[in-house]
Design a protein around this ligand. Structure first.
Ligand code: NAG
Ligand code: NAG
Ligand code: NAG
Length: 317
């Protein structure tokens, strides 16, 4: 090897190191309105606008850029008033103010589907406003992903026995009665795909629509339920050893996902491919020390939402 080859090799090593160290190390905040907290879900619309987030006071807010900030987009409870509800995080007001937890667009129709801990499954058009409640009986709907090609809605009901208010009671323990459900908008029927889940979080359908991944926070694993192919209607363990996964979102790279996890006290975003290989681990702790509820990729950034924060964290390179 001559000197210039050595220097070249050195440079490559240097860039690789720099790349891994600099990965998503720039941080910004999208500040929520006064007293508003807990953006636990984030989504972008068909035109790339957003993020739209669910917050603790019962609203779905839309980010309109740094000059305007977040504005009201939709809400889930017909009895919600801004006077009573804006800025509250009182779960006892949930039946009046609503408590939307997750959201997902149907990119064909531009409808926004919402899960609410008190009002179940709802849908609202692209102009927002009061969302329409859809049929179904739920205890504690949490995560959601709409598969835009068929319009089918995949969602998780966290439990048959406890609801969101029970979780704040002393001595609370999650059970294993969570379910993965499918809502078919043509028949308006809800079917159970998986049961006995423990701490079921936000599911994600693969970009080829062949399967859906479901995180089990309390079981520290991710399950794969096959929608198509030789194994359809069966499930298997997809990933363990990944800490406690809260939610899964499709990444921009086809066939990949971002998983929000808490791993030995460390909030992380994991980029995982369809072979369950963790391709990238992004530490989030330096700028956000609360357990991440969602890691949503948009543009060149990761949008991180969490229960308890008054902002959405934006990680860029
Ligand atoms: C925020 O909460 C504080 C304390 O409860 C209250 O005094 C204040 O009016 C609230 N601000 C807004 C804009 O709701
Ligand atoms: C809204 O308020 C009315 C009048 O108090 C009540 O009858 C109705 O049940 C409430 N609706 C919901 C969804 O809580
Ligand atoms: C996942 O990544 C591994 C390692 O790069 C690769 O071998 C595998 O083919 C990938 N799987 C898929 C489904 O892309």
């Amino acid at each position: 090897m001559n000197t210039s080859t050595l220097i070249f090799a050195d440079l490559i090593v240097w860039f690789l190191l720099l790349g891994s160290v600099l990965s998503y190390n720039t941080f910004n905040k999208l500040q929520l309105p006064p007293n508003v907290t807990s953006p636990e879900s984030a989504a972008f619309d068909r035109g790339g606008e957003g993020p739209y987030v669910t917050v603790a006071d019962g609203r779905i807010l839309k980010w309109q850029g740094p000059n305007v900030g977040f504005v009201d987009f939709a809400y889930t409870s017909p009895n919600r008033t801004k006077d009573l509800c804006d800025g509250t995080n009182d779960l006892n007001l949930g039946p009046i103010c609503g408590r939307p937890l997750a959201l997902s667009f149907n990119y064909k129709s531009s409808d926004l589907y919402i899960t609410d801990a008190f009002f179940g499954l709802l849908v609202v058009g692209f102009n927002g406003g009061l969302a329409t409640q859809l049929p179904g009986i739920y205890k504690y709907l949490s995560g959601i992903d709409v598969e835009s090609y068929t319009g089918n809605v995949y969602m998780t009901d966290a439990s048959l026995t406890y609801d969101i208010r029970d979780m704040t009671k002393p001595g609370f323990k999650p059970d294993s009665t969570g379910r993965l459900l499918k809502y078919d908008p043509r028949t308006q029927r809800v079917t159970t795909l998986l049961s006995s889940l423990s701490g079921a979080g936000g599911p994600a359908v693969s970009s080829d629509r062949k399967y859906v991944l479901v995180p089990e926070f309390a079981n520290k694993k991710i399950q794969r339920y096959w929608l198509q192919g030789p194994k359809h209607n069966t499930n298997e363990v997809f990933l363990t050893d990944c800490g406690s996964p809260k939610s899964i979102k499709r990444a921009i790279n086809d066939g990949e996902f971002w998983v929000a996890v808490e791993n030995q006290g460390q909030p992380q975003g994991l980029r995982v491919n369809g072979s369950a290989i963790v391709i990238e681990t992004v530490p989030l702790t330096q700028f956000m020390n609360l357990s991440p509820a969602v890691v949503q990729e948009g543009g060149n950034a990761l949008y991180v939402g969490s229960s308890g924060t008054d902002f959405v964290g934006v990680y860029t390179n």
